[in-house]
Design a protein around this ligand. Sequence first.
Ligand code: GLN
Ligand code: ZN
Length: 767
Amino acid sequence: MRTHNLGYPRIGSKRELKKASELYWSGSSSAQDLLDTGKKLRQQHWELQKDAGLDLVPCNDFSFYDQVLDTSLMVGAVPERYKALKDKLPQLDLLFAMARGYQKDGHDVTAMEMTKWFDTNYHYIVPEFTVKQEFHLFSTKVIDEFNEAIALGIPAKPVLLGPITYLLLGKEKENGFHRLSLLDRLLPVYLQVLEKLTEAGAEYVQLDEPYLSLDLDDEERKAYLKVYRAIKERFPHLKVILASYFECYGNNLSTVLQLPVHTLHLDLVRCSSQLSDILSTGIADQHTHLSLGVVDGRNIWKNDYTQSLSLISKAIDKLGAGRLWIAPSCSLLHSPADLDLETDEAYLKKEIKQWMAFAKQKVQEVVALKKLAQGGSPELLKENVQAIKNRNTSSLIHNPAVKSRVALIASGDDQRHSSFTVRKSKQQAALDLPAYPTTTIGSFPQTKEVRSQRAKWKKGELSEKEYEAFLEQETADSIHWQEEIGIDVLVHGEFERNDMVEYFGEQLDGFAFSQNGWVQSYGSRCVKPPIIYGDVSRPHPMTLRWTSFAQSLTTKWVKGMLTGPVTILQWSFVRNDQPRSETCNQIALAIRDEVVDLEKAGIKVIQIDEPAIREGLPLRHENWASYLDWAVCAFRIAASGVKDDTQIHTHMCYSEFNDIIEHIAAMDADVITIECSRSQMELLDAFATFKYPNDIGPGVYDIHSPRVPSTEEMVSLLRKASAVIPAAQLWVNPDCGLKTRAWPETKAALEAMVSAARSVREAVPVA
Ligand code: GLN
Ligand code: ZN
């Protein structure tokens, strides 16, 4: 039995790569400095894994930006608009130009698109393909890094994104072809790379094909057979480890079992049942090895050795230990680096910390599991059993009152008292809003000053009183300014908030925060997700103070601003000892209490943001319905504690919603404000066929750019919208919150937006 890892976090335990990249981009350091940092990190990570006792250590999992973009460079898929740069810049700069755009020395090229890597919060750079797309070996990074590792005495295994997943992750930039048809041109470059790797002495190669976790058609399945047979034929002795993760192989399994690969990796965290499925096929009579991904690469909990060992021993019984690898479920790219750096108990209590494992600890777990499976190190098992038991029974986790409240959720609790039609007329009577009411999404510019005051307060350099006075002033200024320009439903501005999930997590019981638990989101951007370790409850109101303060300053309506249960769940590390839906319901009840408290305090419009509802969708279509059921239900639980004349808003962005529009309607928010303008209101197509029942504000301008849209542009978008949505249902608002913008453009844009609303009010009166 042997051990390996699929990938290690590349940013460094102290975000060294982030810092070095940003210094380089700002011109404050040289390319050599950045290259040196990269080299040092690779060496550190390799040695750490080797010293921990791994039999095979991944290389080429490192990247200065993203592994998909690296693959595009490897195969020379550099879009036409970078042609001049390709001839002129070093590859490192070309890579950054493709990722971030390039405006210098007379060049002005836009960046490539970026999107989420499967169901993670990691973003990759989307490959672009044309009909005449050619491929050629351009970047030799994978070979160079393999040589670098070998020179250091590392038992290295090059990791490559497999050719089919690479193509499928991309986009056709022209009509009239499917990207998979490029396979015949792409495959020779992969074969050339494998040739060079074998020449350099590679015995193993890991090919990542996570598309095998999605629904595939016959064409796509056939492509897998073709590619892996071609590789086998050309390199009969190369040991290919085929890795897919984040889901079962599902109905791709019969294809997968026909692939002539040395080792098949299984994500047994997301799908433990597939082990029995596979062991019950004829696999025992073949030669295929199995890589058992038992250590969770996507979460921060300590592995339950007893559970893992039971899976491992099932596999040993059938295949024998010699045909098995122990591994994490997927690349550790999605885990924070090192739990040992969490030394401040003000963040992570000792008791909670001992339940956890970050990347470095997960590598140790993989090695420990091998020892245990071979009958050694019984003390490791004893320790682990104790920690798991301690967590299961800890009073920090279990709050009987919360559990029983969730158990008692009744069928009516996720329903408003009356239908939308009844609510709408009561709300209209209570709120007295004009046609095409205007509002914003919540946040106003988080200026340097706002951030520096908060930092000073956190460091104790500013007293609570001084900080509060500062926030009151900011909030009051924003209220008065909104009144002045004539917005109808105001917001307080969210000046007191750092992040829309963290702000709530910090006030809820059952949440913890790490000091250094950073995970790469894209490029140099990292996030530090909150950790939900226990039953969630709300010890005190969370937003009442600032919302009520803002409302006290004006006779117009101020909208209360909350983050919804699904988004809080989605952007945190969650418990693995109960279903996600259970945790989501606990959060929903906490938000529900906040909604009711806001209502009691006289707040009549309350927004519950759910920007992450779509990204929680399972990878396989067959699992969508059950997810959407509980996610929509959790939102409704949060929203349904109020009277008919209290108006509930929700807000969504970051993704396409057309394919789940019916479920969005089922959330039954009185008003939804939704990102829309970047796609030129493409979203509205969905409304041509689906009659959205409640009120809706399709964003009329893109807040992601400092550009100020003209009144005419917004009027024309509103006209477009009113062609498919009855005018009586329409709201007027930007695409998203304004916290990343500066004040001058924010003011100019919102003034223009108000005047757009006024002009349609006159021109297109509501029936
Ligand atoms: N209310 C939040 C804000 O305006 C919503 C942010 C979001 O949708 N991501 O900042
Ligand atoms: Zn948004």
